[in-house]
Design a protein. Structure first.
Length: 510
């Protein structure tokens, strides 16, 4: 007898429908289960787990029969242990232990333990989304993953503790109550990062960080050792605007597929802050692998990617940032075509001005030769620098400032301004797919960043003197728009543009 069970495969960030066909018939070599349809090693090991789980749940594994399991369509690679549950359900249905009509329109996924209990699987959110689009009537997932599935409305999600409980439900003896949709969303309060009030001096850098947070602009900090670059970067999560529900779902989908969702929070409700070490590999940064997984630039989606000690990163690794910094998505090629992951992040980078760290410092002499400094700075290419909107110097803090007991502005106050500026951007960009100034394309820049004649004159002479590229020109306009938004100004005025241009000075030029 043949049973057909609905399930799904995750490819990139998408889930695709998979049919699990289980055929149980007499004859042939008894007790052998044959799996076909491009399964990977973890799927092939499924037969042992399914056999034990069925026996340990007080159910009968069909003895003296030949079992064939086909996962279709055959051209999608099936990965991981999530097919345990649909295979077990199919086996039980094909051996008449579960009524066949109970499987109609239903989808199953979950890993089985040998004792028949269900274990977490990754990618539940995209699978639930697919279940909704394919109008599945019921979605059966491990109990621990049910809250994640229930983030998607219009899908009936059943939390399953064990195979035994599921069979009793499908037989109609002990119905499992479905989990209500989890629709209420509250962005989490900012994480307990370093408070800006604790950072002495560095008003210029703090201002630039506020602009970066408000408009989603990239920022590079250059300064001597111990000036507070790493400290300030670690403080930025405390001033980022809160996530919208839509953004939270985008981020959650990435973390679900990467299997990095924290167990107690099905929905990511804070902007990510990722700070990979400079030894990170190409695949670790941009994503990839045999089963492509999101890399750091996608894990930082809608949040911040902090690259400390920027020149220490492998130059080739840094160059691959160029495409995602421009397109806000990353394309990964693989044998079966290409995949894309979203990667819309704020790049925050820090570096010393030279190998010894003291070039340009008024108090301590730099011991590097000109050649050494040039080689050091060449590790960061011009095209990468051109994509960084705000370049700032972070000088050493003097004793008087450091020992001053008066506290600076607390993060909460800065964050309130950032939130207000972000709300203005969201309102202005409501008719576009964008949420912040940094996302704007040329059409939006033309529409939303007009300059008065005074500002136009300044821009014209700045373009000439600073040798701004077309990209640089657009980026300066976007930063000006954010500065105006922080001030609550309807139009970009001369001082806004002047400040934006000042962050564009090439601090790396010697
Ligand atoms: N502006 C500041 N206000 C208060 N404390 C500071 C400041 N700058 C530095 N510090 C103190 O010095 C420590 C080191 O600073 P931090 O690690 O941020 O320096 P850095 O600029 O990243 O240096 P490096 O170039 O060596 O990485 C901080 O943990 C903090 O204790
Ligand atoms: Mg540092």
């Amino acid at each position: 007898m043949l049973a057909i069970v609905g399930s799904a495969a995750v490819v990139g960030l998408q889930a695709l429908p998979v049919r699990v066909e289980v055929d149980v018939r007499s004859g042939g070599q008894s007790g052998v289960m044959t799996l076909v349809g491009l399964p990977d090693a973890a799927v092939r090991e499924s037969s042992e787990r399914v056999r034990s789980a069925i026996r340990n749940s007080g159910l009968a594994f069909p003895g003296n029969r030949r079992v064939t399991v086909n996962l279709s369509p055959a051209d999608i690679r099936k990965e991981g242990p999530a097919y345990d549950l649909p295979i077990a359900v199919g086996l039980l249905a094909a051996s008449r232990q579960i009524p066949l009509p109970a499987l109609e329109g239903a989808m199953f996924m979950g890993e089985l333990s040998l004792d028949g209990s269900l274990r977490h699987v990754r990618g539940i959110l995209p699978m639930a989304d697919m279940a909704r689009h394919s109008q599945a009537t019921a979605l059966y997932v491990p109990a621990g993953d049910a809250a994640e599935a229930a983030l998607i409305p219009d899908v009936t999600v059943y939390p399953v503790d064990s195979l035994e409980a599921l069979v009793a439900h499908l037989q109609g003896f002990a119905p499992i109550p479905p989990l209500p949709a989890q629709t209420d969303f509250a962005a989490a309060p900012p994480p307990p990062a370093v408070d800006f009030a604790e950072i002495k001096g560095q008003e210029h850098a703090k201002r630039a960080l506020e602009i970066a947070a408000a408009g989603g602009h990239n920022l590079l900090m250059i300064g001597p050792p111990g000036a507070g670059k790493t400290l300030m970067a670690r403080a930025i999560p405390g001033i980022l605007p809160s996530l919208t529900l839509e953004e939270a779902l985008e981020v959650t989908r990435i973390y679900s597929v990467a299997d990095m969702l924290p167990a107690d929070t099905p929905l990511v409700n804070q902007r990510p802050f990722r700070a990979p070490h400079h030894t990170i590999s190409h695949a670790g940064l941009v994503g990839g692998g045999r089963w492509p997984r999101p890399g750091e630039i996608s894990l930082a989606h809608r949040g911040v990617l902090f690259l400390d000690e920027l020149p220490e990163f492998d130059r080739r690794v840094l160059e691959v940032l160029r495409q995602p910094l421009e397109d806000k998505i990353v394309t990964i090629s693989r044998a079966q075509g290409t995949l894309t992951f979203p990667s819309n992040f704020v790049l925050l980078a820090a570096m010393n001005p030279c190998p010894c760290g003291y070039y340009g410092d008024p108090e301590r002499a730099c011991t590097c030769s000109l050649g050494m400094i040039q080689r050091y700075r060449k590790r960061i290419s011009g095209p990468l620098l051109d994509r960084i909107d705000l370049h700032i110097e972070v000088p050493r803090v003097h004793y008087d400032k450091l020992s001053d007991a008066t506290q600076g502005e607390p993060s909460a106050v800065i964050r309130a301004r950032v939130e207000a500026a972000r709300r203005r951007q969201q309102a202005r960009l409501a008719a576009t797919p964008f949420t912040c100034n940094a996302d704007m394309g040329p059409a939006e820049i033309r529409q939303f960043c007009p300059l008065d004649s005074e500002a136009q004159n300044l821009m014209r002479s700045a373009m000439r003197q600073m040798h701004l590229s077309a990209r640089g020109y657009h980026r300066v306009l976007k930063v000006s728009r954010t500065i105006a938004d922080l001030e609550g100004a309807a139009d970009i005025q001369m001082p806004h543009l002047a400040e934006a241009l000042q962050y564009r000075t090439r601090v790396l030029e010697i």
